[in-house]
Design a protein around this ligand. Structure first.
Ligand SMILES: [Zn+2]
Length: 314
């Protein structure tokens, strides 16, 4: 074979092996599951589907990816927001069965502040059928279509902007609903409660139960200035470390879509964390950015069949 042929063949071989490797990782790359609220029985049902898999910690998954080792048949479990209706049972089950699990903690939420989506949902629910003046324009929310249009754009503000953009509008609506006798200010803060810091301090003593960062205020990174976002990364890390006495090395973006994250956040996270997870659906692949890792979200409504479809278990 001439030198020319060898060169041509190795180019062909390299591109073929690249295609093969991409296919392999798409099909067989590791999976990071993303939970929020989940009933323990459903959680057990999901895990039973991954019998062939090994459940590894988030650090192990990230380390293997960074070393370009195979993540085939590896599963990592992550849980966002730390709800009281979810964590105690999961912690008990994972401790008893020796399963590593990672919880992402929004620190203001644990401090007693409702997460923005709860306040938004309460405002939307309590505004139905009411007339509200917002920035000198009267909105009639008895009309379902205009109500939905308005609240869809208000929802987008929360998803992509900082609270400085949506809070003034929220406050106008909240105060008028109180003036109209619809509700009390406290009604807007009604939410599904989180676990408390004592719980996190106690559970974090177990090496299997890991508590990592999910910002302070749970605002979309895309809406924050670089300085604000960096402060959120730093403060949430410090707070959780002070409670758990363990290093916090993983980060989870609020809302988690690429548009919620924006372009500058990953490089800021990289300054102080080993990895960051998103809500972009996919499996782990060697060439992915360690600060934009995909996950596969699972919910209570994900039956056995739906879970198989979502994860395409081999
Ligand atoms: Zn969250």
């Amino acid at each position: 074979m001439s030198i020319k042929n060898i060169a041509t063949n190795s180019v062909v071989f390299n591109s073929f092996s690249k295609v093969l490797s991409n296919y392999y990782h798409n099909q067989y790359g590791g999976i990071i599951l993303a939970y929020h609220e989940i009933a323990i029985e459903r959680f057990k049902e999901h895990l039973a589907l991954f019998r062939k898999h090994e459940i590894v910690s988030l650090s192990e998954m990230v380390n293997r990816k960074k070393k370009k080792l195979s993540t085939k048949y590896l599963i990592t479990i992550t849980v966002d927001d730390c709800y009281l209706n979810t964590l105690p049972a999961l912690c008990d089950y994972c401790s008893a069965t020796q399963i590593p699990i990672t919880f992402f903690v929004p620190t203001d939420f644990i401090d007693g502040k409702a997460l923005p989506p709860f306040i938004f949902n309460n405002i939307k629910k309590l505004s139905k059928g009411r007339k509200i003046d917002i920035n000198n324009q009267l909105y009639d929310f008895s009309d379902e279509q205009s109500c939905n249009t308005f609240f869809n754009s208000l929802h987008d503000l929360m998803y992509y902007q900082s609270e400085n953009e949506y809070n003034p509008i929220w406050l106008q609506i909240m105060h008028q609903l109180v003036e109209q006798g619809v509700c009390q200010l406290a009604d807007f803060k009604v939410h599904n409660p989180p676990v408390n810091w004592d719980f996190i301090a106690e559970k974090s003593k177990n090496e299997l139960l890991s508590f990592q960062s999910h910002t302070v205020t749970h605002q979309a990174a895309a809406g924050l200035s670089a300085a604000q976002f960096e402060m959120e990364c730093k403060q949430s890390k410090q707070k959780i470390e002070s409670i758990t006495n363990k290093e916090v090395t993983h980060f989870c973006y609020p809302y988690g879509g690429l548009k919620n994250i924006g372009n500058t956040a990953p490089a800021i996270v990289q300054k102080m964390y080993d990895s960051a997870v998103t809500m972009v659906r996919g499996r782990i692949q060697a060439q992915q950015n360690d600060y934009l890792l995909p996950r596969i979200p699972l919910y209570d409504l994900d039956t056995k069949q739906r879970t198989i479809l979502k994860t395409i278990i081999k």
